[in-house]
Design a protein around this ligand. Structure first.
Ligand code: PLP
Length: 412
């Protein structure tokens, strides 16, 4: 291993604990406790005064959660990571740490439904404007950017539209305009997408998905990729003096995250830590299944349209190969001729489950129009790239012949 760095899975399986377990447990124990005891008053004061690193209270930090964070750092080569209660907590706390009322951010409207809700309702209520733009054409962003624009947010593969932006071009435009770049990489986990190599400042993701090891738990992760030294961020200036490159993480941990309180539970951290160990295996199997299903469904009588950016016919195929090693997630969508046909088809499925999640071991199916996007008027849903004829399938790791047979019998 002298000249070669270990691969993703080896790194996960050999990640050291911060402190050796006294019983030599082969797995990091779960520190299921709210608080930690100190030997002396001086020690507890030193911990509170940031003079001696120590865990004091599990809303702020916990050894099991810290272990998961350290594995994420090993996986990404980033500077630091923070794990929290959900993907939405990761997105919202990151934006609240960096953007003030009166400022604005840029995003595509084609987003996961609740992120769209955060951007179109909650952030504006807090005085933060979101300017919805076409990120597929980064050169067109100039007119939407002004001196109050702080960052550009994008999903590496949008859910459920399955669009892929040209990240290199987007980062160039952001740099020219001194904007931070924040990527939601939920659909493209660490083993297929290297955010740091694209110059992305921050990565956020729902660890509920691939990372949780098969939908074991809800969680979210923020990665400071280390691309930005934070010296130019006025909002971080008071912390930068002391914390330098760790200024953003300190702002999150000591202010936003601590004060809003979306902590990840130690048990969730253990499940997600184990999820990281088997992530590459699960992604590989889901991807193989996803490609086979996309091929099987394409041109199938009764199916109007199949969307998967990993298919050679997709307009996003070349970008997917370049940016995600050819693995643009394992979600696909297809259209039947009406909402009624979608419901009838889904009701007949025996192996594929009707559920709202993705990257479970089980294949999951949903009709986004009548569920995740239901709260929006029809015209808005159409604008957001959601159709009443569209079904979203998250492809799991079942045996492919069984998945194909299930779909075939449901289509009859
Ligand atoms: N980002 C994307 C792309 C998602 O698909 C989701 C959830 O499906 C989230 C963020 C939110 O994650 P969570 O449900 O863990 O809050």
């Amino acid at each position: 291993m002298e000249n070669r760095k270990p691969g993703y899975t080896t790194k996960m399986l050999t990640a050291p604990y911060a402190k050796k377990d006294p019983f030599n447990s082969l797995h990091m124990p779960v520190y299921e406790t709210a608080a930690f005891e100190f030997d002396t008053s001086e020690d507890i004061a030193a911990a509170f005064q940031d003079k001696k690193p120590a865990h004091a209270y599990s809303r702020s930090s916990n050894p099991s959660v810290e272990y998961l964070e350290s594995k994420v750092v090993a996986a990404t080569g980033g500077r630091a990571a923070l794990a929290m209660a959900s993907g939405m907590a990761a997105i919202s706390t990151t934006i609240l740490a960096l953007v003030r009322p009166g400022e604005n951010i840029i995003a595509s409207p084609n987003l996961f439904g609740h992120t769209y809700g955060l951007f179109s309702k909650t952030l504006p209520d807090l005085g933060i404007e979101v300017r919805f733009c076409n990120l597929l054409d980064p050169a067109s962003l100039g007119t939407s950017i002004d001196n109050k624009t702080k960052l550009v947010f994008f999903e590496t593969v949008t859910n459920p539209q399955l669009e892929v932006v040209n990240i290199e071009e987007l980062v160039k435009v952001a740099r020219r305009n001194k904007l931070l770049v924040l990527a939601d990489s939920t659909l493209t986990p660490f083993n297929v997408f290297d955010a740091k190599s694209y110059g992305i400042d921050l990565e956020v993701m729902s660890s509920t998905k691939f990372i949780s090891g098969g939908a074991t738990s809800v969680g979210g992760i923020i990665v400071d990729t280390g691309v930005n030294d934070w010296s130019g961020e006025e909002i971080l200036a008071p912390l930068y003096e002391k914390k330098k490159g760790m200024a953003l993480i300190a702002k999150l941990r000591k202010e936003i995250f601590r004060h809003f309180g979306p902590a990840m539970s130690p048990r969730t951290a253990q499940l997600q830590s184990m999820g990281l160990d088997i992530l590459a295996l699960r992604v590989e199997r889901s991807f193989t299944n996803c490609m086979k299903l996309a091929e099987h469904l394409t041109g199938h009588p009764g199916i109007k349209k199949v969307t998967y950016p990993g298919m050679p016919g997709s307009e996003f195929y070349e970008l997917s190969k370049k940016q995600f090693n050819g693995v643009p997630g394992t979600l696909l969508t297809f259209d039947l001729d009406s909402e009624e046909s979608c419901f009838a088809f889904m009701n007949k499925l025996l192996i594929i489950r009707r559920a709202t999640n993705m990257n479970d071991n089980k294949s999951l199916i949903i009709h986004p129009w009548s569920t995740i996007y239901f709260e929006y008027p029809e015209s808005k849903r159409i604008e957001l790239g959601v159709r009443d004829t569209m079904i979203r399938l998250s492809v799991g790791i079942e045996d492919i012949d069984d998945l194909i047979e299930d779909i075939e019998q449901a289509l009859k």
